[in-house]
Design a protein around this ligand. Structure first.
Ligand SMILES: Nc1nc2c(ncn2[C@@H]2O[C@H](COP(=O)(O)OP(=O)(O)OP(=O)(O)O)[C@@H](O)[C@H]2O)c(=O)[nH]1
Ligand SMILES: [Mg+2]
Length: 311
């Protein structure tokens, strides 16, 4: 202990610091948890699975710690190139962290057979991990206590988790216990990031994500999965205190255009209004948001376009 302490100057007192990946099936509440821990919305959230497509970094700072969270896309059986990339991103994150939070949605009814299958899947993923794994049983607000206790036993038998924590990411119930467990397993170290930044994501990326979230929330069926957002220009006018943003909502098929634009352009307008409000909050400035819809045929299978999107 003394040796470790001696390695730090007074201004750089040893703190608990490290990276923590949040992984698990789609729709478990991973992004909700990250935003809740950060007390700020960084990662987009929707009731539809496969909302998060990239690794999103969120930095928690306190006097005694810096926890760098990695929100990841949901783990699922992926067939399409975009989905395969998403799963790769999530699995890659397991190898560069000091702890893993594996989150599952316990409100989903699980038949016995499926339970076994899910357990094996979980154990398979976690076998690759050499750091402590904390299992978070999320959405307990939707479950009665008896069912929860049985559930904890089932999962505790699957893998030697460092801890099993029931929680409601939506309500923040369980956050303090989770932080306490993380602090037990994180090493002593420096602050890797300055204290005043909550993420390393660019403003452009966060803006594109907000627009994509509104498409997820305001359109149904296949549209969300066929949507990518490209920021085409981002111009600040400090004199006017206004940021003008041009963005394209990119779809896979001509036939999807009408659905996103809507009758008399109403759907696109409501997507734009909802997005603008959130973007103004994020950037703390007035925003003029110009959206248009374009088609890039089967973009989610187009390796070149996926590269443009940063995959
Ligand atoms: N009732 C309840 N709903 C929750 C809770 N946590 C998350 N949700 C809801 O679950 C849905 C999915 O949440 P997300 O945070 O987007 O889930 P995710 O795991 O990031 O999903 P992907 O990015 O698609 O993998 C949203 O509608 C959330 O509001 C919870 O504790 N209780
Ligand atoms: Mg997510």
């Amino acid at each position: 202990m003394m040796d470790l302490v001696d390695n730090y100057s007074d201004t750089d007192k040893p703190i608990r610091s490290g990276m923590v990946a949040i992984v698990g099936p789609p729709n478990a509440g991973k992004s909700t948890l990250m935003n809740g821990l950060l007390e700020q919305k960084i990662s987009i959230v929707s009731p539809k699975p496969q909302t998060t497509r990239n690794r999103i970094l969120g930095i928690m700072n306190d006097e005694g710690y810096q926890i760098v969270l990695l929100d990841t896309p949901g783990l699922h059986k992926a067939r399409e190139p975009l989905n395969q990339e998403m799963v790769r991103i999530a699995l890659d994150s397991l190898h560069e962290v000091d702890a893993v939070i594996y989150m599952i949605d316990v409100s989903l009814p699980l038949p016995e057979k499926l339970k076994e299958e899910k357990g094996q899947e979980l154990a398979g993923y976690m076998e690759q991990v050499s750091c402590p794994v904390i299992l978070v049983l999320n959405k307990v607000d939707l479950l009665n206590k008896e069912k929860l206790l049985a559930m904890i036993q089932v999962y505790a038998d699957i893998f030697p988790f460092h801890a099993v924590i029931p929680m409601s990411a939506l309500k923040g119930d369980g956050n303090q216990r989770l932080i306490a467990e993380l602090l037990q397993v994180l090493p002593l170290g420096p602050r890797y990031y300055p204290e005043d930044i909550p993420t390393d994501a660019t403003e452009r990326f966060l803006v594109a994500e907000i627009i994509r979230e509104k498409v997820f929330l305001l359109t149904g069926e296949e549209i969300p999965y066929s949507t990518a957002v490209l920021i085409e220009s981002f111009k600040e006018d400090p004199a006017k205190g206004l940021i003008t943003i041009h963005a394209a909502i990119v779809l896979e098929r001509e036939s999807q255009k009408g659905i996103v634009i809507g009758k008399g352009g109403m759907k696109l307008k409501s997507i734009g209004t909802a997005a603008r409000k959130d973007i103004e909050k994020l950037l703390d400035q007035k925003v003029l948001l110009k959206l248009w819809v374009k088609v890039r045929k089967n973009w989610s299978r187009d390796e070149k376009f996926l590269k443009e999107l940063g995959f």
